[in-house]
Design a protein around this ligand. Sequence first.
Ligand code: SF4
Ligand code: MG
Length: 328
Amino acid sequence: MLEVRDLHVEFRTRDGVAKAVNGVSCSVDAGETLAVLGESGSGKSVTAQAVMGILDSPPGRVTGGQVLFRGQDLLTMGAEHRRRLRGDRLAMIFQDALSALNPVLTVGAQLAEMYEVHQGMTRRDARARAVALMDRVRIPAAKDRAGDYPHQFSGGMRQRIMIAMALALEPDLIIADEPTTALDVTVQAQVMDLLAELQREFTMGLILITHDLGVVADVADRIAVMYAGRVVENAPVRDLYAAPAHPYTQGLLESVPRLDRKGRELHAIKGLPPSLVDIPPGCPFHPRCPRARDVCRTDRPPLFPVAPGRSSACHFWQETLDAGRGGS
Ligand code: SF4
Ligand code: MG
């Protein structure tokens, strides 16, 4: 349904040109959840913004690639057509609901407006739909609360309202950028469960952008791991958890607590992600990689096919995979 091909995005910064996205390819089918995982600065949010056409914080620009939505390139189609698709068929959920919602409109009015503007409903019908939707995302006493303003809701409830806004027009695809990061842990789980449930119910595609591997295990079908503006591993979630095929993924897995590997020590990945103005030659992960060898410092690894539906941008993906299977 959505296919990103060889996307490149650059930003001009004080220190030079930041290569935020360097040839990202990924796809998501109807009814599928793709998690895009990476540290901050890995290019995951910028990729999403390029897809949604909201790379507005100038001077970021797409310098190459395609974003195909049902076979049509969002980057080159006419502005009106693109605006309509992005309004009705694609929706986005942000980390910070408070700044994404209109502070001076009640949440009921904001939701109702979607139905009035996009579906030509009467105000009365639109209001009724808005309340039904608030109820569907489990906002208690939805009818009464429709008259409240965004700041009158808790963080978790506001995020439910964001989900309702995104769902209102029954889009084909939702992109959720760190939708639960600002919430405390129990509320995070509730909101994530709700999102997963609605995604199944509406058979939407969902792209879930997160830095938190713990969040994605239960909800994602596939994971694309990003590093320095590239996808370094792309795999079905179960395969990736069973044995990562990239040392960076392996490092991420070793740094989160896992129920199935109780008693193991947690190791944070040493060092910091590179500056996007000055990405290391060869494999961008080599300065931090415990498996790095000479070839890694000179030759940039392409995405090697590892198995059907699985790829890794590591020269030594096979030994990484074997080590993971052997439990080391
Ligand atoms: Fe590590 Fe080399 Fe693989 Fe890069 S290519 S992840 S440096 S082993
Ligand atoms: Mg981000």
